[in-house]
Design a protein around this ligand. Structure first.
Ligand SMILES: O=C(O)CCC(=O)C(=O)O
Ligand SMILES: [Fe+2]
Length: 258
């Protein structure tokens, strides 16, 4: 079982400040070595089952008896996310708000296609838990982010329009090309397994850098708190809009809004 003590208010304040100023916060060595080892064994079993191309697991039932389930159901982890969300975004959430976990397995040729997919998450706060990260080669699957480039929109319509503009193929290719040429200057986060990274997923345009197709990059994402959860309009419009996105991103973003 995942053991985590309640976070101190000073830790919450530090995390919020780091996300606001640097674009992300790090909980160093949050996952103990033996838990990381077990999580990697789970990842290896999944790869054996699913094969060598890109796939993703969605929701806690796909992650039974693993660190990923333990994290998703840990009251202390949820409390930490809740306090960071409510303090940093100055919004409240229902007391039973849960996280929606996704594990992405980036590998093979299709792994490349799922990279540089710049997007805003539907949820306010995102916790990224890297488990297997390549260490060799020019591209090691860093997280690339343009942090905090928009506020939480009051208007669902503005949110929908921004997503429609930025999530289409032309914008995707353009952003990826500009990043590749070094003409845009995003924040690059070198991911270290064992650490947990927090950022405002809704406010930051972000994607992962690709890695060598022969290597595996496995990351777990905990999406937390949808600012537009009451909006039927968001559900309808974003539901439709997001079905046009690649499967992994579609589900990662649609389900928290359901
Ligand atoms: O795998 C990653 O590093 C990021 C994925 C992501 O942003 C998402 O699934 O929402
Ligand atoms: Fe995301």
């Amino acid at each position: 079982m995942f053991e985590l003590s309640t976070v101190e208010p000073t830790t919450v304040a530090r995390l919020v400040k780091d996300i606001d100023t640097r674009g992300f916060a790090v909980l160093e060595d949050f996952i103990a070595a033996d838990q990381l080892q077990q999580a990697r064994e789970f990842i290896t079993r999944q790869v054996t089952e699913h094969g060598p191309e890109y796939f993703a697991l969605h929701g806690v039932t796909a992650m039974r008896d693993s660190l990923f389930e333990d994290l998703a159901t840990s009251p202390a982890f949820r409390q930490m996310l809740n306090e960071v969300y409510e303090t940093g975004l100055k919004l409240t959430l229902p007391s039973d708000e849960t996280t929606f976990p996704v594990i992405r397995f980036l590998q093979g040729k299709t792994g490349r296609k799922e990279s540089h997919f710049f997007h805003f998450d539907a949820t306010g706060l995102t916790a990224l838990v890297p488990i297997v990260i390549p260490t060799e080669g020019k591209h090691c699957g860093d997280l690339i982010t343009f942090p905090n480039i928009r506020p939480i929109r009051r208007s669902v319509m503005v949110n929908v329009i921004e997503k429609a503009i930025l999530h289409n193929t032309v914008s995707q290719k353009l952003t990826s090309w500009l990043v590749g040429r070094g003409w845009l200057n995003p924040v690059r986060i070198k991911l270290k397994p064992g650490n947990v990274y927090l950022f405002w997923g809704y406010r930051s345009l972000h994607a992962n850098d690709p890695c060598d197709p022969s290597m595996l990059r496995a990351t777990a994402l905990y999406h937390y708190g949808n600012p537009h959860r009451h909006s039927r309009l968001a559900k309808r419009l974003l539901g439709r809009n997001q079905r046009n996105l690649p499967i992994a991103d579609t589900e990662a973003q649609v389900i928290p809004e359901a």
